[in-house]
Ligand binder design. Structure first.
Ligand code: ATP
Length: 201
């Protein structure tokens, strides 16, 4: 099996995530994409981090109707800082003989060599990156060359980017605006019902 591995804070999951998950699957002929919410993201600040259970529930709601996508709670069960190298080691053992593709957006791709034990990461999975800004191409090509010189296999995937982020969703929720066009309707309902990302009363 060709297995996509898509980690993130997913605070909350949004349509930009779903879009790249599907497009990576199409372009790389992936049989499955595992979305893996991080317990504590080690590579970036996480302001207003919703509970793990809520982030997981929203991921599960979001992938309904996207048969290639599955949600894995492996990092949440492990707890603590979610290092990708450890997750990939776990998945390599669980999916022995399968080919792993680590999926990410431009921002994460450009810092990959600074993650913990990066050679364990590209030793276990091929690295697949999608742009997240207008003029990403030159910098992403340079990064591909750099990572390949370090031994990684890198796929740059020409996926049209949606200008969306979890930060934008949290801000809209805080300001009481509609989240239509940013998250799937069941995720919007969940955010409203649970009062997530609302200002403290
Ligand atoms: P935040 O705004 O809270 O920093 P985020 O929108 O960047 O969150 P993450 O869960 O941190 O979301 O991202 C998970 C992965 O998805 C990362 O690899 C990131 O680059 C990628 N990603 C997120 N949004 C997009 C988008 N609109 N286009 C392409 N890649 C994206």
């Amino acid at each position: 099996m060709r297995l996509g591995v898509f980690g993130g804070t997913f605070n909350p999951i949004h349509l930009g995530h779903l879009h790249i998950a599907q497009e990576f699957a199409r372009l790389l002929s992936l049989d499955r994409v595992l979305l893996i919410p991080a317990a504590t993201p080690p590579h970036k600040a996480a302001p207003e981090l919703a509970d793990a259970a809520d982030r997981l529930a929203m991921c599960r709601l979001a992938v309904q109707g996207h048969p290639v996508c599955r949600v894995s709670d492996t990092e949440l069960r492990r707890g603590g800082k979610s290092y990708t190298a450890d997750t990939l080691a776990e998945l390599s053992a669980a999916y022995r003989g399968d080919r792993l593709f680590l999926l990410m957006g431009e921002d994460m791709f450009l810092t990959l060599q600074n993650w913990r034990q990066p050679e364990r990461i590209w030793g276990a999975a091929e690295i697949c990156a999608a742009p997240r800004s207008e003029h990403a191409e030159r910098e992403m090509r340079a990064q591909k060359q750099r990572l390949e010189s370090l031994g990684a296999a890198v796929h740059l995937c020409p996926i049209e980017f949606l200008p969306l982020s979890s930060t934008m969703v949290r801000r809209a929720a805080r300001e009481g605006q509609s989240l239509a066009g940013m998250v799937p309707p069941p995720v919007e309902r969940y955010i409203r019902e649970k009062g997530l990302y609302a200002p403290a009363p």
